[in-house]
Design a protein around this ligand. Structure first.
Ligand code: NMX
Ligand code: MLT
Length: 423
């Protein structure tokens, strides 16, 4: 590509773009997923409904089963993002087994988590735990011992990535039980799938609908092209040859911002505040007034809007269908459905808002809440687990492609002023 088209011009940049969060500038290379403003995310060319249908599920479907009655396994999405191919049931079984074996965490790490201040947000705890675990990076160790060659960077990036992903459910569950429960860990159980282990160690084993929701959640949040904050942050750190642990700490701190992954907890807070005043049986007018009060007092309506999407997020639609299937008569889910009908119409009247539609965070928290995970500060940790799959499979490919250090240029205000002085 570089030899054939390296000098070709791809586009122009306006001042609004340079000063406006680089919106719409296509200058990153990212192969695993794309995001279309209308159709949303495509994972290696497959849409959300397609991965729901085509990725392997926990139980091999019998002839009578319709495949998509079960949610896909995130292990399968890892295979798809990494290889570009849909995995077989057997291939997913192999990944599942490998992650289970490689997911053991040391007592040292568990003790480190237990010593953290409980006032910390769980995302801070997660970032610190992964930074602590950086000392186990094979990439960093071999690089330090001058044993790595550029051509095998990717292999040790892969090894670290699998180790890190495999350990995440046990790290996350330890954080959950330390911060929100009695602090006593639940022992890991051999043979469970990635999200099954998480549910088991958090204390939700046997709750099938919640387990299925977690599989859906951990699959659909995995990747959203290369320009969103968490993937871009990990990509940037990785371009300086940071190992996967350094990259993911950066990704998690990016994800922890309220405009990004923290929005899922913010949505639930926002709804619970509304419910406290009005209850669940409300008029459209009450919802509209709540939106007005929020926006006119300079705050955001969480769970709505997007930098790229210009229709309801297909990931939101997937969770909407999940709610409809399993929780149709639940009062909070009914209220949420009413809200997603009313709020976009209201937000559209604010001319500055580019997209009034629900995004991925709009429903996820309420579903988790209704199915038993009520500690909403934990929701972004679940997003982080899933996003690790996207960030890390990308990192392996960055090393395989030998991409250089990322270093765009910035300019001061004088530069911008001078540029147009004579025009
Ligand atoms: N509520 C109130 N104001 C909004 C909203 C919203 N949901 N969405 C956008 N705006 C405002 C925005 O703050 C900006 O204000 P100003 O003119 O004062 O600068 C204006 O509308 C223009 O912003 P947009 O061009 O529509 O959106 P942008 O691309 O800058 O930002 C988001 C995208 C997602 C950051 C923004 O829509 C938002 O803050 N939404 C609420 C938070 C949220 O749900 N984030 C999660 C996104 C998905 N994720 O998981 O990462
Ligand atoms: C994401 O999944 O990262 C969010 O939708 C944010 C984005 O794409 O900008």
């Amino acid at each position: 590509m570089k030899k054939k088209y390296g000098d070709r011009v791809m586009g122009e940049i306006t001042v609004n773009q340079a000063l406006g969060g680089m919106r719409g500038i296509r200058a990153l290379f990212y192969d695993q997923s794309t995001v279309d403003p209308i159709d949303g995310v495509m994972f290696r060319g497959y849409s959300i409904p397609e991965i729901h249908e085509l990725l392997p599920k926990l139980r091999k479907p019998s002839a009578e089963d319709f495949q998509s009655d079960q949610q896909p396994l995130p292990e399968g999405l890892f295979f798809l993002l990494l290889t570009g191919e849909l995995p077989s049931y057997h291939q997913v079984e192999l990944i599942r087994h490998e992650w289970d074996v490689r997911g053991k965490v040391s007592d040292e790490l568990i003790n480190f988590i237990h010593r953290l201040d409980n006032k910390m947000h769980p995302m801070t705890m997660l970032s610190l735990a992964i930074l602590y675990e950086q000392k186990t990076s094979k990439f960093a160790q071999l690089y330090n011992e001058s044993k790595l060659n550029k051509s095998n960077y990717w292999e040790y990036t892969y090894e670290d990535s699998v180790d890190l992903i495999a350990k995440l459910p046990r790290i996350a569950a330890t954080i959950y039980r330390k911060k929100f429960k009695d602090g006593k860990s639940i022992a890991h159980k051999d043979g469970l799938d990635w999200s099954g282990q998480l549910a088991h160690m958090m204390g939700f084993e046997g709750q099938e609908t919640l387990n299925e929701l977690l599989r859906a959640f951990l699959t659909i949040h995995a990747d959203h092209e290369g320009g969103e904050v968490s993937t871009h942050a990990s990509h940037l750190v990785g371009s300086a040859l940071g190992d996967p642990y350094l990259c993911m700490t950066t990704a998690y701190t990016g994800l922890a911002g309220p405009l990004h992954g923290l929005a899922n907890q913010e949505v639930l807070k926002w709804i619970l505040n509304f419910v406290e005043v009005h209850g669940y049986d409300v008029t459209n007018r009450q919802i509209e007034d709540y939106v007005n009060t929020t926006v006119l007092s300079g705050r955001l309506v969480p769970g709505y809007g997007h930098a790229v999407l210009r229709r309801p997020d297909p990931r939101f639609l997937h969770l909407y269908d999940f709610g409809n299937k399993y929780l149709r008569d639940n009062e909070m889910i009914r209220l949420l459905h009413q809200m997603t009908d009313v709020i976009p119409r209201r937000l559209r009247t604010f001319k500055n808002i580019s997209s009034p539609y629900p995004n991925v965070d709009c429903h996820s928290g309420a579903l988790l809440y209704q199915l038993g995970i009520q500690e909403y500060q934990f929701y972004t940790v679940l997003f982080a687990l899933s996003r690790s799959i996207g960030c890390l499979t990308n990192l392996v490919w960055c090393r395989a492609f030998g991409l250089p250090i990322e270093r765009p240029e910035s300019a001061d205000l004088a530069y911008y002023n001078n540029l147009f002085q004579n025009n």
